[in-house]
Design a protein around this ligand. Sequence first.
Ligand code: ARG
Length: 478
Amino acid sequence: MDVVKENVPAYDNIGFQHEDTRPPPYAPRAGIYPSLPQATPSYVITHAPENTLQSTPQENVQNKGRKKCKWSRILPVSIFVLLILAVLTLLLWYFLYYQCAFGRACWNSGKCLSFSQWCDGVVDCPDGEDESKCFRLHGSNFLLQSYSSQSQSWMPVCADKWDDDYGKLVCEEMGYKSKDYVTYSKTNAGSLASKGFMKLVPGSDKKSHILSQLSHSLFCLQNTVGLRCIDCGKTIAAPSSRIVGGTEASQGAWPWQVSLQSLSSRHICGGSIISPLWIVSAAHCFEGSSNSSEWIVRSGDVSLLEMKLYNGNEVRQIISHEKFDSETNDNDIALLKLKKPLTFSRKVKPVCLLNNGMELMAGTPAWITGWGKLRSSGPLPDKLNQAQVTIYNREDCNKPNILDGAITETMICAGELKGGVDSCQGDSGGPLVVKEADVWWLVGDTSWGIGCALKNRPGVYGNVTHFLDWIYRHTQSE
Ligand code: ARG
């Protein structure tokens, strides 16, 4: 899966790739400067009395009048060369300045800042980008990392003097609501602390900007901060293990699963809750209708009939991925923003999005859930079904006898190569989740397949990890 870059300020495991926006270091190409005229001695051949060949510098045989003539030619040439040099220097400076070769440019305005101006607690970009992505969570233990402008790398945050108020402040910085805040824990950063820590400076207070109160330190008395900004990925019931080849889910086992329905309460697609206001689903679900007022989101029960008895949630906005391709199903992901926030309960809860540095390995057992068909041409069930599948690596999925090159990097294929277990029509948009460190993580959204549960035809899911930046960009924009 996507390999994660270190030393980059972003919350997600794609990171901001400053290599992408920064030009390669300036390396002057040979020949960019015109070479200065050199005094190359030239030789004339004179006949020596002994009839041997002898070379004599030309200068020696030139008269004074010719020397004068040479100087009058060199002067305008050197002025010309100097002029060219000046123009080149100017162009070079212009180029380096605009390419921001010795710093990083603000994303929106292109204003060039020095590296040390990023995440230093002082807003320098007109839109504040330099201070907007300075915290992220790392790994399955939610280790808090802060970007250190001094060492230009991500550092774990020392728990010395830390409390819930600081936790809430940082969660808000990362785009979470402080009412969703859960807790912080003292976590061991292990090798991530090899370069030191970011630590609250003495006399810190909660009124000024938190970044300006963190400074690089080699020592930390307590452990480092693990931060839970939202209570995600927890269930009250373990999966008991149809979708095809699955079993009925028990109440509360998949509290992030929602049913996306038409106003007549017909189930059309699935979706996953990621926060009180936001649902992840598939873009292809909205090809028929992308009008938010024609959709209703139902949650909190395994039975569609039960859910009908309660009011669903109205949708404020549907954001389908702008690069969704209905031919290939590339970029098949969408976000739904609800009109009113969901109230979390035992049966309604968000799933976690992968933290930075978490890798999805092929062979990992994963679960799919949905109200889709139990066999290709069957009816939709009333009860939510679940099935365990295996995640395959892209190379295997793309083999000619399997999905023959159709799996792009925005997709994941998962299922059972021997057949019998799969998602099917009606499961689209719903979750593909994995469990790690006792937390459930959303890694895919049900997208497409060839038939259902056929041999060598695993199901295809949107690669949610690939879209993390996109998701954060849209959900955190306010
Ligand atoms: N596109 C389908 C839907 O709209 C999902 C199909 C998944 N198919 C599969 N064989 N895994 O519900």
